[in-house]
Design a protein around this ligand. Structure first.
Ligand code: ARG
Length: 459
């Protein structure tokens, strides 16, 4: 492509380090769409002949189907997707192909293609997150009243409902989707027409190409257009956070399915056996979701490091933006899918959950609250009295609701039989009716609200 100035070809190792076609072939649809938009704009502006533009468009359509059907031969020597496509175009249509690159450079071309590619990939991920939320909300509605231990410090803290716990992840996924949508709205400005870095002397119409490619507007500064990759950093930030969210749930699945804990079961569909230990049922999918977070966060770190300290405008360093991003977004999409499958598959062991929910004096706060409400004690005093009652119960190894009233009265004489009304786990969760609380009634309302929203979004 630049033979005029060069007497010999590149060293083999130069070709090897310079090539990006092994991963940027992923951008072929976007590259072809952007070239078609550019060619028809050039023709409309009288910069190239209408007949040449027509040949270019037809040739590009042929290339699209060649790549789509696997017939296209990508060549490493041609470096990247842009030159692979252009070179094939000249084989197909001859000299007219050479007019396509008028008033453009690979610098604005690659920035445009990658924005288009990420824009589409965000659409996919957004849809997958919607499916994940739907699976969670359905399961949450089914288990709005299933009591489980709520944890802090991984110690039983207060009883909650399984549905409430699942809905926490629905909320997180909603914010993840918000972050992706936000990144998508900011990346939808078009670099094409910035050319190498300074713009062009040809009378191009950038509004026309922006409209054809469904960008909101052409970017206003040619240097900025070819040299920033903040849209990659921003998308990967959203991906990293989403991935961290998934990894937390994945970790809970690993803990909960351990026979030592046994709060949920995954079927054969989402577990593997061991080649040596016949009793094993391993939560591999959850473990891999947990692990894939490493790639996604790694890709974010990589692009931040690549961009740090880069002077304007285009530097070849920026070619390193694609491989990690493509890999990370694939890993995220796969992880979301796997989590959706596991959510649909998982079944709680309701009895075990309930027993665990009541263990460890988890209704102690309910007792303290009762003292505040009924005896008008300041909460700090109630906390102290409750602590003494828990210590008493622990001494005799009894659950709070099994401790005789007489024992409680020794510590606080004003306690009455009525206190037993708040000490069961069902009463406990049932009483948490504050907005955002875990009461089954609340969970049912929230799950239905999400189901309505998510189903509306699909229709
Ligand atoms: N493959 C290149 C990339 O991804 C395309 C841009 C090349 N531009 C250049 N001036 N060498 O960054």
């Amino acid at each position: 492509m630049w033979g005029g100035r060069f007497a010999s070809g590149p060293a083999a190792i130069m070709e090897k380090i310079n090539t990006s076609i092994d991963f940027d072939w992923h951008l072929y649809r976007q590259d072809i769409a952007a070239s078609k938009a550019h060619a028809s704009m050039l023709a409309k502006q009288g910069i190239i002949a209408a007949d040449d533009a027509r040949k270019i468009a037809q040739g590009l359509d042929t290339i699209m189907s060649e790549i789509g059907s696997g017939k296209f031969k990508f060549k490493r020597a041609l470096e990247d997707i842009h030159m692979n496509v252009e070179s094939r175009l000249s084989e197909l249509i001859g000299p007219a192909a050479g007019r396509l690159h008028t008033a453009r450079s690979r610098n604005d071309q690659v920035a445009t293609d990658f924005r288009l590619w990420i824009r589409a990939r965000i659409d996919d991920i957004n849809g997958l997150l919607g499916d994940y939320q739907l699976a969670l909300a359905e399961k949450a509605l089914k288990h709005a009243g299933t009591v489980m231990p709520g944890f802090t410090h991984l110690q039983s803290a207060q009883p909650v409902t399984f549905g409430h716990h699942l809905l926490a992840y629905v909320e997180m996924a909603a914010r993840d989707r918000g972050r992706f949508a936000d990144a998508q709205s900011r990346l939808n400005d078009m670099p094409l027409g910035a050319a190498a870095l300074a713009g062009t002397s040809f009378p191009i119409d950038r509004d026309m190409t922006a409209a054809a490619l469904e960008f909101d507007r052409p970017m206003a500064n040619s240097l900025d257009a070819v040299s920033d990759r903040d849209f990659v950093m921003e998308t990967l930030s959203a991906a990293a956070i989403a991935s961290v969210h998934l990894s937390r749930f994945a970790e809970e699945i690993v803990i909960w399915t351990s026979p030592l804990v046994g709060l949920i079961k995954l079927s054969d569909r989402f577990t593997t056996g061991s080649s040596i230990m016949p009793q094993k049922r391993n939560p591999d999918a959850a473990e891999l979701v947990r692990a894939k977070t490493g790639r996604v966060v790694g890709a974010l770190n990589a692009i931040l490091m690549v961009m740090k300290g880069l002077p304007l405008a285009y530097q070849k360093d920026m070619q390193e933006d694609k491989e990690g991003t493509i890999d990370a977004l694939d890993a995220l999409a796969l992880s979301i899918d796997a989590m959706t499958g596991m959510v649909r598959d998982m079944e709680p062991d309701a009895e075990r959950m309930k027993a665990a929910a009541g263990a460890g004096y988890s209704t102690a706060t309910d007792l303290a609250d009762w003292l505040v409400r009924t005896l008008k004690m300041p909460f700090r005093d109630a906390h102290h009295v409750t602590g003494r009652i828990v210590a008493k119960a622990a001494e005799t190894d009894l659950a709070l609701h099994k401790l005789p009233l007489a024992e409680m009265k020794k510590i606080e004489p004003r306690i009455t039989q009525a206190v037993f009304g708040v000490l069961s786990v069902d009463r406990s969760v049932g009483s948490r009716t504050s907005y955002g609380g875990t009461a089954p009634k609340n969970v049912r309302t929230q799950a239905k609200k999400w189901l309505r929203t998510l189903e509306r979004e699909r229709s």
